[in-house]
Ligand binder design. Structure first.
Ligand SMILES: C[S@@+](CC[C@H](N)C(=O)[O-])C[C@H]1O[C@@H](n2cnc3c(N)ncnc32)[C@H](O)[C@@H]1O
Length: 551
């Protein structure tokens, strides 16, 4: 620490005290060597900590590094003297590298999408958090001083994440009132402004539901240079923070922990709705609608953590999108395809995203392959919870010319193959007393898509729907649901070929949505059907075709 630096955190205070003690010890001349040695060790431990944390934390981005440099080298006294800021702003206000990375990490961990910061200063914390937000995330930063908005904006504009940040100048409490009136809610709130208002911000955020149900409040400086727990404290800010910490500690609405990082960060979360309602004895209908089935909010009921799934035809297109979707929702996924390279490539993609996956090469028109696929999954993971029978083929010919080979080939994969998969997976699932089978049918099961001629395809897919309905009603009372998804015309590289382009124009004029389906349009449906949220749905044909079958 440089000589003129004011100690700003408990560790910096310790370093300062130990340095002075060392000086006294050395000057006195009669301090035992052992004591000086131990003192030096304590000083090394304390003074090395922040440096080490800096070095071992991920490096800050260029815009953050520039923002830090610009803030530290700015003459804030001069700015204040010139009347550009209402208050004299100490540069030590800045959160800095390690705290910035911590906030960013908390954003990732809580999967926050909407963040509120109270007290932005030059925007270091705001930009750090914005870096952790997804593409469509947003951060509202409240700041009293308009000067700081311009200062920060110049750097926000240099970062690809800066566009996620909206700065609202003026009193933070006024901004909070405006946000509450507009019905805004946040997943994470970072309180880092005037300390004597912390309790007011905190209460307002909870009372006016600015914090979402499972949101988190982070509060900076809650150790306030150790003064919150030192007996001789007279500092107004430290006393305000001591009162704040105690208030939150005694507040039955929340749980909190203080992380001793830099000047202390409190992490506060609202306790579960059920304990809150028994505490307040509010007049509520205390049922599954209120508490959530198994205590889970609706989106969590669609999670597939710990579930075992397989997807056939997963080497590309719809099957690949299904495999990613099921994996993202938490399932372990066996990627099954006729083409080994493609199956391995998709399993590799899943693996990169942290999803447990294996690849299996199988031709689902062959009963031995189907059984081997099922046995592989069961021997690897001990169960099959989700069977996604998606593999299919499509051949075109005028009906009067359709050969028996084409008919048989199409039916062997699309209907006979799907049946064999349903039966083999169904046997495992019926024994388990639990299973979700999802077949890929087609809009062609309902209408006759034109002008292409595909008799065997259309007929086989109509068969998949009837197969689904029959199995769906036969097995549902033994815990196995069977449903199918019927996509409309899906945008694949193939249909952009010269020969198919005129057809695409024709199709588009038949689709109320005015566009072809993307494989991503189908992903939520497969997760829903694979999840416990769809337990009462069976034998259903979930049609996703932009309205095409209705015209
Ligand atoms: C500790 S600094 C914030 C540091 C910032 N979070 C960062 O990441 O660098 C506190 C900031 O709160 C602002 N502030 C203080 N009182 C405020 C109020 N009543 N409303 C809005 N902002 C306020 C100050 O102008 C100052 O910029």
């Amino acid at each position: 620490m440089s000589a003129e630096k004011v100690p700003d955190t408990p560790v910096e205070v310790l370093v300062d005290l130990l340095t002075r003690t060392m000086e006294v010890a050395k000057a006195s001349g009669n301090v035992p060597e052992e004591l000086t040695h131990q003192l030096q060790k304590a000083l090394d431990i304390a003074s090395g900590l922040d440096d080490y944390l800096e070095k071992m934390s991920s490096q800050e981005s260029e815009p953050l590094a520039e923002l830090y440099k610009k803030t530290i080298s700015h003459d804030w006294d001069q700015v204040h003297k010139e009347g550009k800021t209402m208050f004299r702003l100490p540069k030590e206000c800045i959160t800095g590298h390690v705290e910035g990375q911590t906030l960013k990490m908390l954003i990732h961990m809580s999967q926050a999408k909407r963040v509120l910061e109270i007290g932005m200063f030059t925007g270091y914390g705001a930009l750090s958090m914005a870096e952790g937000l997804p593409e469509d995330g947003c951060l509202v930063a409240c700041e009293l001083e308009p000067y700081l908005k311009d200062f920060a904006q110049a750097i926000f504009d240099k970062s690809p994440h800066g566009r996620k940040i909206t700065v609202r100048t003026g009193s933070a409490m006024d901004t909070l009132k405006e946000l509450a009136a507009a019905g805004e809610q946040f997943d994470m709130v970072f309180i880092d402004a005037d300390k004597d208002n912390y309790i007011n911000y905190y209460n307002f955020i909870l009372d006016k539901s600015l914090l979402k149900l499972r949101g988190v409040i982070c509060v900076d400086n809650t150790l306030f240079k150790a003064k919150v727990y030192l007996k001789d404290t007279t500092d107004g800010n430290a006393l305000a923070l001591r009162k704040f910490n105690q208030f939150v500690r005694d507040d039955p609405r929340v749980e909190q922990v203080i992380i001793p990082l830099r000047d202390g960060i409190s992490v506060v979360r609202r306790v579960s709705v059920s304990s809150e309602c028994s505490r307040t004895k509010s007049k509520i209908t205390d049922d599954e609608v209120f508490r959530g089935v198994k205590g889970l909010p609706i989106l969590d009921r669609m999670r597939l953590d710990g579930k075992v799934a397989y997807v056939t035809g997963a080497g590309q297109g719809i099957g690949r999108a299904f495999a990613h979707a099921l994996g993202e929702a938490g399932a372990m996924v066996a990627v099954v395809d006729l083409d080994q390279d493609k199956a391995e490539a998709v399993a590799g993609e899943l693996f990169l995203k942290g999803i447990i996956a294996i690849s299996i090469t199988a031709d689902i028109s062959k009963s031995a392959d189907v059984q081997r696929m099922i046995d592989n999954v069961v021997s690897k993971w001990g169960a099959i919870h989700v069977a996604c029978n998606n593999a299919g083929i499509n051949m075109n010919s005028a009906s009067e010319d359709t050969s028996l080979e084409e008919w048989d080939q199409t039916f062997n994969v699309n209907l006979r193959g799907t049946f064999m998969c349903c039966q083999a997976a169904g046997r495992v699932m019926l024994k388990q007393g639990y299973g979700k089978i999802i077949n890929t049918a087609s809009m062609a099961s309902l209408i006759v898509p034109h002008p292409q001629t595909q008799l065997s395809y259309n007929t086989s897919k109509a068969g998949v729907v009837k197969l689904t309905q029959t199995l769906g009603t036969e097995w549902i009372d033994r815990g196995v649901s069977v449903n199918c998804i019927s996509p409309g015309i899906v945008d694949t590289p193939l249909i952009h070929s010269e020969s198919l382009r005129p057809l695409v124009q024709r199709w588009l004029s038949d689709i109320p949505a005015g566009r072809l389906a993307q494989v991503t349009d189908l992903q939520a449906a497969v997760v829903y059907l694979a999840s416990d949220a769809s337990d009462y749905m069976t034998g259903h044909n979930l049609v996703i075709e932009g309205g095409q079958s209705l015209w």
